[in-house]
Design a protein around this ligand. Sequence first.
Ligand code: 13P
Length: 285
Amino acid sequence: MKKILSTREMLLKAQKGGYAVPAFNIHNLETLQVVVETAAELNSPVILAGTPSTIVYAGGEYIVGMAEVAAEKYNIPIAIHLDHYENIEEIKHYVDLGFKSTMIDASHEDFINNIKAVQDVVEYAHRFDATVEAELGRLGGQEDDLIVDEKDSMYTNADQAKEFVEKTGIDSLAIAIGTAHGLYKGKAKLDFERLKEIRSKVNVPLVLHGASDVPDELVKKAISLGICKVNVATDLKIPFSNEVKKYFIENPEANDPRKYMTPGKEAMREIVKHKIMVCGSNGKA
Ligand code: 13P
């Protein structure tokens, strides 16, 4: 059976190649199918991301099982990634279950305690050849159950980022340069000077969270300046649910999930395709 991969090689390759690997948040069989089928069609490496509430909802074993089937079926690099995990014991549990990539989000802690939490996860995950992403600075907005008020958000400091990466031994760093989770109240504004400075001081792959509702040109520019992983959730959920709602309005008697899920899947597929092209990861499998 072909293996589920860590994100190590795919992100280092993206870093060298000047493109980004998209990480799409999935929730169930249907969303996972759309992501892997589209990535396979465009010959793109892909990361399937699950937040704690997604993994509880779908079941970790099911996610691992479905991803294994996808890895066997399609000849592209596929990773499953624990997104925004804060609990070290939960991370260990899912690494034991077969997840080869995790984020430890201790960005709510102070610098020293963030480092400590991340070190523990790195020490465990690397024993199993799993990769670790951590966040320095703090994104505002909402990602599932995680809500960060705008006043509590904080940009990443480049010198601290350098120290953070050196002390923790992480494989990739999520940075805060102006994106937020979910939809923006105004227009997204990215601090590209800060990104350049971080890139010049940090050599691990850099991750952009909150890429939904950010104009394509800005995401592309961030990639050209060193972002190698782009996280997308909200921009997939909205068209999926809009199409399902529309289907029920037009077919109020509908009750067959195979029928009402299909327009949602097709709408999501178009966005996944588009995001892969924005990341430039098509043809890079
Ligand atoms: P969006 O919902 O804004 O795309 O953010 C996704 C994300 O960063 C997941 O970690």
